[in-house]
Design a protein around this ligand. Structure first.
Ligand SMILES: [Zn+2]
Length: 299
């Protein structure tokens, strides 16, 4: 397997069509574990035109959520009835609920959450949805498809973004040490990291050394590591929700309600996520391992 083979079709096929009405039901059922207050807000968003659902001429692509202080959040989707669109809906609603709780609790100066916690609420929702779908899927191949999606998210978000972060760290250190950087240096640093992270598992063709040049995030300082810390935090939080830890959902909603009023690391500590401890990352890797074992069994 060459590295570029990772971008081939999913390892397990299982893509299904789903219409928007069904997607809404699935998301609400999957997130019902968050309790009545949260679900009533989801329904409010769905029933009161917070979401622009379908593609149309001249509409921008992709999906995002935007909080509007004093009004309510808005979501842009480009829903094309694919099963991937269900997780996008759950993801963007995670952002919107975060904005909603923060905007209605904090003043305008403290309502905006930091990038450090921005992808936590959205990823928590994606994991809760995946867990719900995997649990309720009777067909082994479809179940394998869903699990593979989780593994792929982990690879792309935790593993690969950490490699990116290490690249960025090395580059900045060289500049700080007064050394100069050439494209050859950057290629070499990148290629060494690919070999370090992927080892003998993939064939690491030399051309991959140019890949850094096409990653737009490197032009904003130290952005990429937040993907890795975000998904790690989300896995820990989602596990606590799924284990129905006493009073945890309320604690989590309280964390969302704090917006940007306190330091990001302290905010995450308030829901039991300590990003300065290696055990936190062990929980994330355990999640990967469990899913991998399950996939092996199913295949
Ligand atoms: Zn997002």
């Amino acid at each position: 397997m060459h590295l570029y083979d990772v971008y081939r079709n999913p390892l397990v096929a299982g893509e299904e069509n789903v219409n928007y009405e069904d997607a809404k039901k699935i998301v609400i059922d999957a997130l019902s574990i968050m309790g009545e207050n949260y679900v009533s807000k989801l329904k409010e968003a769905m029933d009161n035109r917070w979401i622009d659902v379908y593609e149309k001429e001249n509409k921008r692509t992709g999906a995002y959520s935007m909080g509007v202080f004093g009004v309510h959040p808005y979501i842009l989707l480009n829903f094309i009835n694919s099963s991937r669109d269900i997780s996008t809906l759950a993801h963007e609603l995670g952002h919107s609920m975060h904005s909603y709780y923060a905007d209605t609790t904090q003043d305008i100066f403290n309502s905006n959450y930091t990038i450090m916690v921005a992808e936590v609420a959205s990823t928590v929702n994606e994991i809760l949805l995946a867990n719900y779908q995997i649990k309720n899927e009777k067909n082994d191949l479809k179940k394998a498809f869903l699990i593979n999606e989780q593994l792929d998210m982990f690879r792309a978000t935790l593993f690969r973004q950490t490699m990116f972060a290490e690249f960025e760290k090395i580059v900045h250190e060289r500049i700080e040490a007064g050394e100069s950087l050439t494209s050859d240096n950057l290629n070499e640093i990148y290629y060494d990291l690919v070999k370090k992270y992927f080892g003998d598992i993939t064939i690491n063709d030399e051309d991959i050394k140019y890949e850094w040049a096409r990653i737009p995030h490197f032009y904003s300082n130290f952005y990429v590591y937040k993907y890795a810390t975000g998904i790690t935090s989300a896995i820990v939080i989602a596990s606590k929700i799924l284990q129905k830890e006493e009073g945890f959902v309320d604690k989590y909603i309280e964390m969302l309600s704090k917006g940007g009023s306190i330091d990001s690391l302290d905010l995450l500590k308030s829901v039991g996520v300590d990003l300065e401890k290696s055990e936190t990352y062990d929980i994330a890797f355990e999640y990967f391992k469990e899913n991998l074992e399950e996939l092996k069994k199913l295949l």
